[in-house]
Design a protein around this ligand. Structure first.
Ligand code: NDP
Length: 466
């Protein structure tokens, strides 16, 4: 008989639950292996939020999410029919007690809650008895600076030990990031060239066409740097920069990623961006058209306070100060409302020291690119083969990484339900990520970096184009 367990989702009426968590769970049914199916066997999906909701309605939402990813059959039916919903305020001891009373067996508490609420719930959780094997899954943003992240870490460790705290960053579960990890360390050509002797610059870019999409209450207090770079793109940097872990288990991989981030600092060696001596740039969009969508000025979007000066595009330069990487800029960039967006990890290689006859193939640097959407790998290089003897051409080898039927949030839930923290963020790493970006946030606060503008649908501010 399957052992009983409960996935308690706090914030079950929210966007994350509907759009990412429930389809992720369904994708584990569609694409998971035997071990994944065992995790789901005997699981109760217990949803909760303060707002009242009928159990049928909650089950209907799960059914719809499962159908969206093609999850059907006995297991899907059992999960839907066994799902329960309890309206409660988890920041109140009584409310939390009612939720815990409704849970059976091993417990996973998924905090799909606004960050300020997470802290309050953690306070209450510290004073109640929990099942012995309780796992906590915490959504980003994890704290608002190194100090608050450290305080939240301390709070959570009073509830369960560190290895049962899953700080979720789904970019760690992204095919492109995992593909880079696998490709780097299983490829003699790449691994030997993956260092400052051969690589001139690393770019980690995640631009998107989407604008604010009605998320002002969260995004306007965060901005691109906090929302994307401080969390997701720094995790990708860690994967790009890490030394080979001894093995890919939770201890060794997370130790290796933490070491790379501890060595990371704001670029200290002068100019990286052509239009400024600063190691960062920021901008926000003005009215424009992205695809067939007309966007207003960011500051005219509902819920935006122009005085906050929130950026919708951020670009920063960092150095990973290790024997492998010292002297190579790692440029992290993410923007909203960008026409023809790039989303990739790109390594540009240094020019050769010597080319016969002095023919340098100028402008044709070798590049290795791992793309996020769709997950892909490209190797761009100079080759012979033009019409004339010795004529050079730009060539590209491209491959698409196989699409996994398990979504990134399916992978997140696999780790959480299986209590395997390998691909979740460790507490010290969450603090390091704030430590890394703090000097940039401070420089922006002091007004040392102008807030530029770009029309929605463009590639960014004109002055940034080199
Ligand atoms: P929403 O605002 O859509 O939902 C928030 C949920 O929390 C609702 O269910 C709400 O229900 C509940 N809630 C709000 N206030 C309280 C409170 N005081 N006490 C108890 N429950 C409360 O947020 P999202 O779903 O978008 O985000 C949830 C978390 O996930 C956030 O930390 C966010 O940063 C993170 N995240 C979200 C992503 C997304 O794409 N949406 C992506 C990555 C991370 P009710 O008011 O009825 O209690």
């Amino acid at each position: 008989m399957a052992s009983e367990s409960t996935l308690l989702i706090l914030g079950a009426s929210g966007d994350l639950t509907k759009r990412l968590l429930l389809p992720g769970l369904g994708s584990l049914i569609t694409g998971g292996d035997e071990a994944d199916l065992r995790l789901l066997d005997g699981l109760t999906i217990l949803g909760s939020a303060r707002s009242e909701r009928a159990r049928d309605d909650w089950q209907g939402e799960i059914r719809e999410a499962f159908e969206g990813v093609g999850a059907k059959g006995d297991l899907a039916r059992a999960l839907i029919e066994g799902a329960d919903y309890v309206a409660a305020d988890p920041t109140e001891p009584d409310g939390l007690k009612r939720l815990l009373d409704a849970a059976k067996g091993d417990l996973v508490v998924y905090f799909a809650l606004p960050p300020a609420v997470i802290t309050k719930v953690a306070d209450v959780l510290a004073d109640v008895d929990l099942p012995e094997r309780t796992v906590l899954a915490i959504e980003k943003p994890f704290g608002g600076d190194a100090e608050s992240a450290a305080a939240l870490n301390e709070q959570l460790r009073r509830i369960v030990p560190e290895d049962r705290i899953h700080r979720v960053d789904h970019f760690l579960n992204h095919r492109a990031a995992l593909g880079m990890l696998a490709t780097r360390f299983n490829n003699r050509i790449l691994e030997r060239a993956w260092n400052a002797d051969d690589v001139e610059r690393v770019e980690i870019v995640y631009d998107e066409t989407l604008g604010l999409e009605g998320r002002a209450s969260y995004y306007d207090t965060a901005g691109a740097l906090r929302d994307m770079l401080q969390s997701h793109l720094l995790q990708v940097l860690a994967i790009a920069a890490t030394e080979a872990p001894v093995s890919l288990d939770a201890t060794n991989l997370r130790d290796a990623l933490a070491t790379a981030l501890r060595a990371t600092r704001v670029w200290p060696h002068g100019k990286v961006f052509p239009n400024t001596d600063q190691p960062s740039r920021r901008a926000r969009y003005t009215a424009g058209t992205v695809g067939d969508k007309q966007l207003p000025d960011y500051v005219d979007e509902e819920g935006v306070d122009p005085d906050r000066g929130t950026e919708t595009l951020a670009e920063i330069a960092l150095e990973v100060n290790t024997a492998r990487w010292a002297g190579v800029p790692f440029v992290l960039r993410s923007g909203k409302a960008i026409g023809n967006p790039r989303d990739e990890i790109a390594l540009t290689f240094r020019p050769l020291r010597f080319v016969p006859g002095g023919q340098t193939g100028e402008g044709r640097r070798e590049r290795v690119v791992l793309g996020f959407k769709p997950p892909r790998i490209e190797v761009a290089f100079t080759s012979g083969g033009g019409d004339m003897p010795f004529e050079l051409e730009a060539a590209t080898l491209e491959g698409t990484l196989p699409k996994s039927p398990v979504t990134e949030y399916g992978e997140v839930l696999r780790g959480v339900l299986g209590d395997d923290p390998t691909l979740s963020v460790r507490g010290d790493v969450a603090e390091q990520c704030w430590r890394i970006v703090q000097p940039i946030l401070d420089a922006w606060q002091r007004g040392e970096v102008p807030l530029d503008e770009y029309p929605a649908g463009s590639a960014g501010p004109d002055s940034w184009q080199s």
